[in-house]
Design a protein around this ligand. Structure first.
Ligand SMILES: [Zn+2]
Length: 126
C-alpha cells in the first residue's frame, strides 16, 4: 500500500481579491473603446458606465487594463447574467458555497438489529 506513488492533489486556484480600477486605467479603457459601450452607446458624462471584467475575476480573469471594459448598465447586467452560472460553478469547485465543515455521514443500519431474508427485522441477541 505504502509503495504506491502518491498522486498529487490538484490545487484549485483562487481568484485575486477585487480591486477598484485606477482613474488612469479607466481613462485608458475609455480611450481604447472610443468612449462607447460594446452596444455603441456613448458612455461617460450623462450615461454612467460600469467597469466589467471581460474574463470574470471568479474565473481567474486578471485585473489588468486588458481584461477590463466599460459597459453601460443594461449591457453589464446582461453580461453578468451570462457569467453567473460559470462563476457559481467556480465557487462550488473551490468549496466556497458549503458552510458545513464536516460532510453529512449516514449512521447506517442499526447494528443492534438484524434483517432476515424474509424481510423481518429483529433485535440481535448478544
Ligand atoms: Zn451597452
Amino acid at each position: 500500500m505504502s509503495d504506491l506513488p502518491k498522486i498529487p492533489v490538484r490545487e484549485i486556484p483562487k481568484p485575486e481579491p477585487r480591486k477598484r480600477p485606477t482613474p488612469r486605467q479607466i481613462v485608458e479603457i475609455l480611450l481604447r473603446q472610443d468612449g462607447r459601450c460594446t452596444c455603441g452607446v456613448k458612455i461617460g458624462g450623462a450615461t454612467p458606465y460600469q467597469v466589467d471584467h471581460i474574463q470574470p475575476l471568479e474565473l481567474l480573469g486578471g485585473q489588468t487594463t486588458g481584461n477590463l471594459q466599460c459597459l453601460c448598465e443594461p449591457c453589464h447586467k446582461a453580461k453578468t447574467a451570462t457569467d453567473i452560472s460559470a462563476i457559481a460553478k467556480g465557487r462550488r469547485l473551490r468549496g466556497e458555497t458549503c458552510t458545513r465543515s464536516t460532510p453529512i455521514r449516514s449512521r447506517g443500519f442499526d447494528k443492534t438489529l438484524r434483517k432476515r431474508m424474509n424481510g423481518t427485522v429483529e433485535r440481535r441477541t448478544p
